[in-house]
Ligand binder design. Structure first.
Ligand SMILES: NC(=O)c1ccc[n+]([C@@H]2O[C@H](COP(=O)([O-])OP(=O)(O)OC[C@H]3O[C@@H](n4cnc5c(N)ncnc54)[C@H](O)[C@@H]3O)[C@@H](O)[C@H]2O)c1
Length: 318
């Protein structure tokens, strides 16, 4: 039996990874999750584990472990979705070596596994917000043709993995796509992740606690709902030779506007407290989705209000 109907999802116990696992199982794939459970949780996979016990295997493993390459090589998967990462931007600043060990060396170990097993496809979670970094605001929403300007170790490690992906394609014909994700939000999101602000506000507003906004709150982000991001991973796995594309809505939403929409959906009249802005925080960000439409036939279909409603409902129950 060939294993090409197996998809590996590294980081599959995390926020985006577990939603991707749910989708892959729903469309009939066999899935192997590789995760060290540093931020991911087995509870994120609970529904899948009960429903699809035979088609889901979970391997508890750190991608920094040299064994990861051989495990992937032995599994001979069709597709590898690589989402395992050190996702905390501030931690990457305080411990850049740890960030590079996980996000660069860990990615290389996964790519080596892909090369050795002749995988059909590798899809990597890159980061659009940190890749482009600070740019002239006249260039918003940012296009793939812009020169990267990652200002943090996390942004650099994510940008470098995209270069490796491209090199593996040139050197070994390994078909890889890097998805430059905007700020993904939705159920199961951890407040500590890259776009944790939605999860943070949801928790605080539902508990009746005061939220803190750093800076004026007029800084903008591009919020994309997790199910839409998962659509992009699935499309990228089916389409050849798209090396890299944005996964965003192209729309800027300020942190103040996000707070107002969420507080009105929750029915809270609480006002946030403002503290000085944090070093290295981007002023404005939004990712142009035009190329994603052209190359993957992908666009985000969930409005911010609808996505926030679903997210708030999930946080209420959990
Ligand atoms: N959430 C966003 O808005 C966003 C934006 C841009 C890029 N990304 C990228 O998407 C991916 C998923 O992010 P997320 O938001 O779901 O975060 P997450 O923290 O929920 O998921 C990361 C997963 O990787 C696992 N992991 C971490 N280090 C590992 C290691 N050394 N070995 C094995 N597993 C490890 C964690 O346990 C977790 O399950 C990451 O690569 C992240 O950089 C996310």
């Amino acid at each position: 039996m060939t294993n090409r109907d197996i998809s590996i999802v590294t980081g599959g116990a995390g926020f985006i990874g577990s939603s991707l696992v749910d989708r892959l199982l729903a469309i009939g794939n066999k899935v192997v999750v590789i995760d060290d459970f540093s931020t991911g949780r087995l509870s994120n996979l609970e529904e899948s584990r009960t429903d699809d016990e035979e088609r889901l295997q979970v391997i508890s493993l750190d991608v920094r472990d040299s064994g990861v390459t051989e495990i992937i090589a032995d599994l001979k998967p069709g597709t590898i979705f690589h989402l395992a990462a050190q996702v905390d931007l501030r931690h990457s600043v305080s411990d850049p070596l740890f960030d590079a060990e996980t996000n660069i060396l860990g990615t290389l170990r996964v790519l080596e596994g892909a090369r050795k097993s002749n995988a059909n496809k590798v899809v990597v979670a890159a980061s659009g917000g940190t890749l482009y970094g600070a740019q002239d605001s006249g260039l918003l929403p940012f296009k793939e043709s812009l020169s990267p300007n990652p200002g943090t170790p996390y942004g650099i490690s994510k940008a470098v993995t995209m270069n490796y992906l491209s090199a593996y394609d040139d050197l070994y014909g390994l078909d890889g796509t890097a998805l430059a994700l905007a700020n993904v939000y939705g159920p199961r999101q951890d407040p500590h992740g890259e776009a944790g602000v939605v999860a943070i506000f949801a928790g605080q507003l539902l508990r009746g606690e005061k939220s803190i906004i750093f800076g004026t709150g007029e800084q903008t982000r591009d919020f994309v709902y997790v199910d839409d991001a998962v659509d992009a991973f699935i499309k990228a796995s089916e389409i050849k030779k798209t090396k890299f594309c944005n996964v965003g809505t192209g729309t800027e939403t300020s942190v103040n506007d996000l707070y107002q929409v969420m507080s009105s959906l929750i029915g809270s009249s609480s006002q946030p407290e403002y503290l000085p802005s944090r070093k290295g925080e981007l002023e404005r960000s939004a990712l142009d989705p035009t190329y994603a439409k052209e190359t993957l036939d992908w666009h985000s279909s969930t409005s911010l209000e609808e996505g926030l409603l679903r997210t708030i409902e999930w946080f209420k129950k959990n």
